[in-house]
Design a protein around this ligand. Structure first.
Ligand code: PLP
Length: 364
């Protein structure tokens, strides 16, 4: 029997997965669909696996109402390899790509683009310690740009785009690694959406790419086979051995989201969860302070400081003692961070909110 003792898991990624999905995977682990073997032990060309693979694509298409002129790809290499694949496929020496800098992941993305062509910052909030997302009016790009790149949710700083820029004919490319599947998104606004799976989609090892088909035709041709999007699009992401177990888990997570009522319902739940914690911060008279400006706050990663460093250390130590996992801020910025991805239950967020209030009452 599976133990249902579940941690208060606020890890930033890999992070919590739905208990129901883990239990189903456990049930099917050694004998998938009466095959006498695990999904991990099967050929990726088998009928059983092919059904799982295609089912995952179908569920993602259905949840996001992905238009027919987009491909859904399952790749490897994480969000980080997408930082390279995007410019390798879509930028050349004579072209410029625009990047909007909203945190460390955007910085990593632009660094890779510089290897392939010209880049420019369409906007940056670095001077404000990445506390906010730029206003749409601040964004500057040219009609001739190869693309405009954004990070839709900034995992480390705890900010999230509330409204996406409209870039017209210039493809908008979004790294949605830390907020994919957290709310409805109009896919047709984007040229490419990419995301490593290990926050909202499933275990690490699979990267989802949603790409507009006309871009596949325009991509640079003289690049390595495995790094061409078209290689994977032409082969239904079965050009080589895909991360089969990760894709199976992704399919189960997608079905779980459907059972929860789809993306609208998930978004409402995420709002409710984040509000529990932001309300404590806002009502603490400065005992807790949020890193992000209120209008840019992320519903996925809540970043905050405790009134002084000594108490902050104590807060993190006492929280750990009380069973809260993953509350330390990213090693590059310190402080505290609660990641409240889709699979983190409301009760877990409520427990943290109560703990924060109790800690303040004790130490104020
Ligand atoms: C927004 C964002 N982009 C990219 C990455 C890098 O992803 P990966 O570790 O899958 O390469 C992360 C990792 O946390 C992230 O949060």
């Amino acid at each position: 029997m599976i133990s249902t003792k579940r941690a208060y898991n606020f890890n930033a990624g890999p992070s919590a997965l739905p208990l129901e999905v883990l239990q189903k995977a456990q049930e099917e682990l050694v004998d998938f669909n009466n095959s006498g073997m695990s999904i991990m032990e099967m050929s990726h060309r088998s009928k059983d696996y092919e059904a799982v693979h295609n089912d995952a694509i179908t569920h993602l298409r259905s949840l996001y109402s992905i238009p027919d002129n987009y491909e859904v790809l399952f790749l490897q290499g994480g969000g980080s390899l997408q930082f390279t694949m995007v410019p390798m496929n879509f930028l050349s020496e004579a072209q410029t790509a625009s990047y909007i800098l909203t945190g460390s992941w955007s910085e990593k993305a632009i660094k890779e683009a510089k290897l392939f062509g010209q880049t420019q910052q369409a906007a940056s909030t670095k001077d404000n310690a990445y506390r906010n997302i730029p206003a749409l009016e601040e964004i500057q790009f040219n009609e001739t740009d190869a693309y405009v790149h954004i990070t839709s949710n900034n995992t480390i700083y705890g900010t999230q785009w509330q409204e996406f820029p409209q870039t017209g004919e210039v493809p908008l490319i979004a790294d949605m690694s830390s907020d994919i599947l957290s709310k409805p998104v109009d896919v047709s606004n984007f040229g490419i959406i990419y995301a490593g799976a290990q926050k909202n989609l499933g275990p690490s090892g699979v990267t989802v790419v949603i790409i507009r088909k006309d871009l596949l035709e325009k991509a640079n041709k003289n690049i390595p086979t495995m790094l061409k999007y078209s290689t994977h699009a032409d082969a239904n992401s079965l050009y080589n051995t895909p991360p089969t177990f990760g894709i199976y888990m992704l399919g189960e997570v997608l079905k779980w989201v459907e059972e929860k009522g789809g993306l609208e319902a998930i978004a409402k739940n995420n709002e409710e969860k984040a509000k529990l914690i932001y309300d404590v911060i806002d009502n603490s008279n400065g005992f807790y302070s949020g890193h992000a400006t209120p209008e840019s706050r992320s519903l996925m990663n809540i970043t905050f400081r405790v009134t002084n460093e000594e108490l902050e250390k104590q807060f993190l130590a006492e929280a750990k003692e009380a069973g809260f996992i993953g509350l330390n801020g990213h090693r590059s910025v310190g402080g505290c961070r609660a990641s409240t991805y889709n699979s983190v239950p409301v009760e877990t967020c409520k427990a943290l909110a109560d703990f924060m209030i109790a800690f303040q009452n004790k130490h104020q």
